[in-house]
Design a protein around this ligand. Structure first.
Ligand SMILES: Cc1cc2nc3c(=O)[nH]c(=O)nc-3n(C[C@H](O)[C@H](O)[C@H](O)COP(=O)(O)OP(=O)(O)OC[C@H]3O[C@@H](n4cnc5c(N)ncnc54)[C@H](O)[C@@H]3O)c2cc1C
Length: 619
């Protein structure tokens, strides 16, 4: 039995719902066909199964340790990443000019799904590197691309993102790392950086020849003080070892030189995701003296003061990546729970005369309550994966749609869906993880079964890349109102189009679901309008989190209605079980989950001030 993700489900989502084969009509993907997508999926499945999944537990039990000089990791991490690099997966979505496979993003994310589901901690080293390279491709100079991106896509260098500091987590305007201009250089304006970066994933290790840190820092103003607020933030590429580049473009050769002034102050010891090193990095503390001076050498990426905007390129990608990781931890846990429920005999069915002790015990999957827990997990995990692949498909639209208008629409939809794609799986697939533990009973609470680790790994996802609360403020405070509500209206029109199709369907359940979703969509629109009409941002945003959660459930109901329509369109009797499963999960979502929205929206719409009114001393 598959334990990472259902390949049949991936095929359904990619081909029967998202129609990715149609992308091969576009010039960028013309060299591809379903066969090449399937070959890439085969490779990912094999490497994930053979080399990533087997050490997930071992790297949890043997977390990285720092001997004061080097960080030590179990060797399986490197072997798995070597295979990932060797298969060309670091450049799966890059163009041929970078030696890439030029796969559609939707397919590339389906490949990532395998690695995240198999071993999210080991996968992080590679996926952070891909995100880092993508940012530099969008905002770096050609020389920076040669120096840092090409070696990353070849798997020689790995990458990180360095935003957080001990005093600047959610509030990045308080970043205190300083960058002082030194001189112009072939890699752009060269600065010396000093400051502390906290929580940096993959910040130090010996897995690659070099590590490229993308660092947010402030250039002092004319008064010598950092410019306050986010406008003062710039972005720098700061590598562990300095590099020199000979030649340019695809013929360039990058050599690694002197050690830069970046020191590992210590590793954080985490609840989950333990195989990924998590570091406090000191930049410019004087441990090393590149060029004979203290201070970490960094090269300005993009314009001064535009660092946060550039970093959002990586953050938005990482947010969808976090959502996909949460979805996959929910997915693999669901498959493990399903397997367990089919093989664990316990109890007897309730018949007309009650339970009959003379009968043998039945597998627990036959109990309605266990089926409820499995259905919930299926609805959360498959729904979350579908939403994240939908977002990946939007990135393909953004990059390759024929008209400017279609590309702009994809960007708007991504803007509004990103907080949901990040936070909904982080919340509900974690809930799925608790249900997976519950299905295992007492065994689920032991370390003999992997479900407790999935829970611990997944607990991170509502914290990093913008906490749950920060995503809520982003959605209600910015995304639904920006450009006069343009993204909100566009999303509404897409959902309405699905509702129209569903209300014309033959099956009465589908028509009923269409009506249920229509009610909630109107309700969200009314609530949004009313809370902003109050003219008091503090009151409006006090209940941003219930708003995010209600909004997320409405989006997921839409995604489930879409899936049920695709399932009925492609229904084949020979594969009836698969399609019945989709249908039943959709039914579960509409009857058990969607109604939860009403009480949340009642609260939000009432502009209740319980949380605002609560005083510190009253706790
Ligand atoms: C394992 C791990 C890996 C990480 N990897 C990286 C990485 O690679 N690179 C990187 O730069 N960072 C990384 N981070 C940092 C992560 O992004 C931050 O932890 C996160 O942004 C929250 O910041 P904080 O921990 O300082 O919490 P705080 O910002 O102090 O937040 C604490 C609580 O207060 C709430 N809160 C804060 N401000 C507000 C507000 N204005 N309104 C309402 N509620 C608020 C938050 O929602 C949260 O619940 C990682 C963190 C962890 C734990």
């Amino acid at each position: 039995m598959e334990r990472i993700v259902s390949r049949r489900d991936l095929a359904f989502l990619l081909y029967e719902w998202l129609a990715v084969e149609g992308l091969t009509q576009r010039p960028r993907y013309a060299a591809h066909a379903r066969e090449t997508f399937e070959a890439a999926l085969d490779t990912a499945e094999q490497i994930a199964t053979d080399l990533f999944a087997p050490h997930a537990r071992k790297s949890d039990l043997n977390e990285p340790h720092f001997d004061g000089d080097k960080v030590h990791l179990i060797p399986e991490i490197r072997q798995a990443l070597d295979a990932f690099v060797g298969a060309g997966l670091m450049a799966a979505e890059q163009g041929e000019e970078f030696g890439g496979m030029q796969l559609p993003v939707a397919v590339a994310k389906a490949l990532s799904a395998y690695f995240k589901g198999a071993n999210v901690a080991t996968a992080s080293y590679a996926l952070l590197t891909i995100g880092n390279a993508n940012l530099l491709l969008a905002h770096g100079s050609p020389a920076q691309i040669d120096a840092f991106v090409r070696p990353q896509l070849e798997g020689r260098f790995f990458g990180t993102m360095c935003l957080s500091e001990p005093q600047a987590g959610s509030s990045l305007s308080d970043v205190a790392t300083r960058a002082e201009f030194e001189q112009d250089s072939p890699l752009g304006p060269q600065y010396r950086l000093s400051g502390n970066k906290m929580w940096i994933s993959a910040g130090e290790h010996e897995l690659s020849e070099n590590i490229v840190h993308l660092v947010l820092a402030k250039i002092p103003g004319p008064d010598g003080k950092p410019v306050p607020g986010t406008k003062g933030i710039s972005l720098f590429a700061v590598s562990k070892y300095l590099v020199s580049v000979a030649g340019s473009g695809s013929g360039s050769r990058v050599a690694v030189g002197e050690r830069n002034d970046i020191a590992l102050a210590g590793l954080n010891h985490k609840m989950g995701y333990r195989g990924t090193t998590n570091c406090l990095l000191n930049f410019g503390e004087g441990r090393f003296s590149p060029g004979g001076r203290t201070g970490a050498i960094g090269y300005l990426v993009g314009q001064p003061g535009r660092g946060l905007a550039a970093m959002f390129h990586m953050m938005n990608e990482a947010r969808i990546g976090v959502g996909l990781g949460a979805a996959m931890l929910g997915y693999t846990a669901y498959l493990h729970a399903l397997d367990y429920a089919r093989s664990r005999p316990q109890g007897r069915p309730i018949g007309s005369g009650g339970k009959d002790p003379a009968q043998p015990q039945v597998p627990i999957i036959q109990h309605a309550d266990v089926k409820r827990m499995l259905l919930a997990q299926k609805a959360y995990a498959e729904g979350a994966l579908a939403l994240n692949l939908y977002c990946a498909r939007l990135i393909d639209e953004e990059r390759t749609a024929e008209s400017e208008a279609e590309r702009a629409e994809a960007t708007l939809l991504l803007d509004i869906l990103t907080p949901v794609a990040k936070s909904w799986p982080s919340q509900w697939c974690l809930e799925g993880n608790t249900l997976a533990i519950q299905v295992h009973g007492g065994y689920g609470y032991t370390r003999d079964y992997p479900v407790e680790q999935f829970y611990r790994d997944n607990r991170l996802n509502s914290i990093h890349e913008g906490t749950h609360g920060i995503q809520a403020l982003d959605l209600l405070g910015r995304k639904v109102v920006m450009n006069d509500g343009a993204a909100f209206k566009l999303l509404g029109s897409r959902v309405d189009a699905t509702i129209r199709r569903a209300s014309q369907a033959r099956h009465p359940d589908t028509q009923r679901w269409a009506a249920m979703l229509g009610d909630r969509v109107r309700r969200v629109a009314r609530t949004t309008q009313r809370v902003w009409a109050a003219g008091d941002a503090a009151k409006t945003l006090a209940n941003a989190t219930p708003y995010l959660e209600a909004f997320g459930h409405v989006v997921l109901a839409w995604i489930w209605l879409e899936q049920s329509l695709a399932a009925s369109a492609h229904y084949q009797r020979s594969e009836g079980d698969f399609y019945h499963g989709k249908w039943q999960a959709c039914r579960y979502f509409f009857l058990y989950e969607l109604p939860k929205v009403d009480s949340m929206l009642d609260l939000v719409e009432s502009l209740d001030t319980t949380t605002l009114d609560m005083e510190d001393a009253w706790f």
